[in-house]
Design a protein around this ligand. Structure first.
Ligand SMILES: *Cc1c(COP(=O)(O)O)cnc(C)c1O
Length: 432
């Protein structure tokens, strides 16, 4: 055949394996890494094959800007159908009147709320990053920290619980326009009603960022920020078990309109439509009865892991958890978060180092670890497995405390047990 003007023979038919072994090999390596290790990073989860199907659809080719029924480009009928599905499901899932499903990430969702609710120079009150807050809540290095006047509350030194008294007195003193609750390393239930009372007292709007526990809220295993929050944000890829991305939710019509304008054209351009399709799949999955079970199991598992660690004399900040995550304080063991995370990685347990309240080590070292059970629970682990995992983690920590320079023997022994657990609870058996 002559006149073949496709970019190259096989462009529409050859799979990645054949066309680009370098990228394909790295992707296969990542799949094996996930299959053979236990993922304890609290920000991670394991999406369904249905989610991967949605992500790999040719809808990636479609460009749309704006919102369903009001796009700036034609040919958007299926894009509209997909975004409408995602929005309707998100509203149903979280019991609120309005949802924006376009934010490319949780940070974008939060930035959109800033743009919709405050002006540069306005005062904002949020949790300190060092106490478990998030960069996008006004950390110095973040745009929100540079353009807004940020004040931080934290956690109490003695017990690690959120310091509501300081939060309320800072609010009265500085009269913020926006008060933010939520963080990436705070393990306990947040008193949303208290935040709302304080916000009302000082005339502030209240944003609840539920990035780390949105799945529990969706599954009824954690109180909802609504009706207390004026606006809530979440990531869809952590405990909610979907694609990487963010959402903004509200029950207030005027605010919803401002948020839509803030997301587009305020901070984003065209929509990542395969991500929105995968968000619709994620919300559809979370609306099923099985997801309620998942949420309940996440909480049971988190508490089982914390209990196992405490039984082995590992200190858990606040003495437990109400969320998928927990924070370990290693100062008693005389080892750093960095050293412990590296040793655990050698044992095929993936975790992240994390500052603990009152930490004097730099953020690149830290005195703590953060564990999350969302991914392991998706894999099928129950309380028994998480108890065993807790003991394995304690073995590694004890080994490292005994000899900070050589923990290889314990790492090898634990790695063999981890591999066995992974074989018993396989993921993606038909991939790779
Ligand atoms: C993870 C997280 C985010 C968003 O993170 P992205 O990496 O931008 O998706 C926002 N807020 C909190 C509290 C988080 O934990």
């Amino acid at each position: 055949m002559t006149g073949n003007s496709t970019p190259h023979a096989g462009y529409f038919t050859d799979r990645l394996d054949a066309t680009d072994p370098e990228v394909a090999d790295a992707l296969k390596g990542e799949l094996r890494r996930q299959q053979d290790g236990i993922e304890l990073i609290a920000s991670e989860n394991i999406v369904s094959i249905a989610t991967l199907d949605a992500l790999a659809s040719p809808i990636v080719n479609k460009t749309v800007e704006g919102y369903p029924g009001r796009r700036y480009y034609d040919g958007a009928e299926f894009a509209d159908r997909i975004e409408d599905l995602a929005v309707e499901r998100a509203k149903q899932l979280f019991g609120c009147g309005y949802a924006n499903v376009q934010p490319h990430s949780g940070s974008q969702a939060n930035l959109a709320v800033f743009l919709a609710t405050v002006e540069p120079g306005d005062t904002v009150l949020s949790m300190d990053l060092a106490a478990g807050g998030h960069l996008s809540h006004g950390a110095k290095a973040n745009l929100t920290g540079k353009w807004f006047d940020i004040f931080h509350y934290g956690v109490r030194d003695d017990d690690g619980f959120l310091d509501y008294d300081t939060m309320a007195s800072l609010a009265r003193e500085h009269r913020p326009k926006l008060i933010i609750a939520g963080g990436s390393a705070y393990p306990r239930e947040i008193n949303f009603a208290c935040f709302r009372t304080v916000a009302d007292d000082v005339g502030a709007l209240f944003l609840a960022d539920m990035a780390h526990f949105a799945g529990l809220v969706a599954g009824g295993a954690h109180p909802s920020p609504f009706p207390h929050a004026h606006v809530a944000t979440a990531t869809t890829y952590k405990n909610l078990r979907g694609v990487r991305g963010g959402i903004v939710l509200t029950d207030e019509k005027v605010l919803a309109k401002k948020i839509n304008s803030a997301v587009f054209p305020g901070i984003q351009g065209s929509v990542i439509l395969n991500a929105v399709a995968a968000k619709a799949v994620c919300f559809g999955e979370a609306l099923k009865p099985e997801f309620k079970e998942y949420a309940a199991r996440v909480l049971t598992n988190a508490r089982a892991l914390a209990a196992a660690l405490m039984k082995r004399q590992v200190r858990i900040v606040t003495g437990g958890t109400d969320t998928p995550l927990m924070l370990v304080d290693l100062r008693r063991h005389g080892i750093t978060g960095k050293a412990a995370a590296e040793s655990l990685k050698s044992a095929a347990l993936t975790v992240n180092k994390n500052a603990v309240p009152g930490d004097t080590e730099p953020p690149t070292v830290t005195s703590g670890l953060r564990f999350g059970v969302s991914a392991g629970t998706t894999r099928g682990f129950g309380a028994n497995e998480f108890t065993e995992i807790g003991y394995l983690i304690a073995d590694v920590i004890d080994g490292l405390a005994a000899d900070p320079h050589d923990n290889a023997k314990t790492e090898r022994r634990v790695r063999a047990k981890v591999r066995a657990l992974c074989r018993d609870f396989p993921i993606y058996p038909n991939l790779g």
